[in-house]
Write a protein that binds this ligand. Structure first.
Ligand SMILES: [Zn+2]
Length: 319
């Protein structure tokens, strides 16, 4: 932690103590404390706690620190609001929530968030990303439906005072380069996939993002949390975040009451957050990477780095 951040943090805590002593409005002191907390995960600017930030072009070029971690949460799970939100605020971590109205989102408000709750996440400074209206797997066959799928979520965001998403997560982790231009036309600068094809889906494993090598619209998940995950699975993903590489983590509900095959328990999730804190990770949302990465630079061939990794894995398996 930088000295400036320590001072901010100390300042926030001091205000709380002062509030208790002299009767300052506690909410004001808490706000100062939370702003200090945000500094631990990145600057207030990065986490977008100022609403104007999302639409302001960000100049890339900051050096990528070691232990830079991106948290992402898919599928609009109710627990993102009830469990994940308060925990992330406690730790001062940034995150991206990928929103879809798929399954029975419209009627089932036990398992899925309301749009008011999604708006609240945005107002907290978290990023709201696009995960298509119907959770549509994007392939050569379905790519023609992508524009309306993207626009539907962007429209709902606008209705609720949320900026148009700049991040996208490929539903079901299916992807095709044929969708890149559509995503770009809709203002998407980052798109996250799973750990496949380098690792099989079932493994929940993946490689860290290598800026300049990975296409910004095909960012790998370094880890894709599953019910059987343990702390060592998280460690394996996070320890790759060094030497210019960034660990992007994929979660679903905590727990995921509608999709138990991708659920994480609260006990495990809290252990993951403690680990990230103890490792002094900088934990941000996907859009925050615009500070470090030139999103206009697309590699000539999006799959070169993927084939390289597959060859490395095959060679390692032969040994
Ligand atoms: Zn999904």
């Amino acid at each position: 932690m930088k000295k400036r951040e320590v001072l901010r943090l100390a300042g926030g805590r001091l205000l709380i103590v002062l509030a208790l002593v002299v009767g300052l409005p506690l909410s004001l002191a808490r706000a100062a404390d939370e702003s200090a907390d945000v500094q631990r995960g990145g600057s207030a600017e990065e986490t977008g706690s100022q609403q104007t930030v999302a639409s302001t072009p960000v100049q890339a070029g900051a050096a990528i620190p070691d232990r830079l971690v991106v948290l992402t949460f898919d599928d609009s799970s109710k627990s993102h609001f009830t469990i994940v939100r308060p925990l992330l605020k406690e730790y001062g971590f940034g995150a991206t929530f990928f929103i879809t109205e798929g399954w029975d989102f419209a009627k089932n408000k036990t398992d899925y968030m309301t749009w008011d709750e999604i708006r609240q996440l945005h107002e907290d400074g978290f990023e709201i990303g696009n995960h298509t209206r119907d959770h549509l797997g994007i392939t050569e066959r379905t790519v023609g439906r992508l524009p309306e799928q993207l626009q539907a979520i962007a429209d709902r965001c606008q209705e609720h005072g949320i900026p148009a998403p700049v991040s996208f997560a490929w539903p079901g982790n299916a992807w095709t380069p044929q969708a890149f231009d559509v995503l770009k036309q809709h203002g998407i600068v980052f798109a996250r996939r799973g750990g496949a094809p380098e690792y099989p889906y079932e493994a929940g494993r993946g490689f860290a993002y290598q800026p300049g090598q990975d296409h910004p619209l095909l960012l790998p998940s370094a880890g894709d949390a599953r019910p059987k995950w343990a702390l060592q699975d998280l460690e394996r993903a996070v320890q790759q975040a060094r030497a210019g590489r960034i660990a992007i983590l994929q979660f679903h509900g905590v727990p995921d009451t509608a999709h138990d095959w991708v659920s994480s328990s609260r006990v495990n999730f809290e252990a993951y957050l403690r680990y990230l804190q103890l490792q002094k990770c900088r934990v941000v949302s996907l859009r925050d990477l615009r500070r470090y990465v030139d999103v206009t630079q697309w590699p000539d061939d999006a799959t070169t780095i993927i084939r390289q990794r597959q060859a490395e894995l095959a060679a390692a398996a032969d040994k």
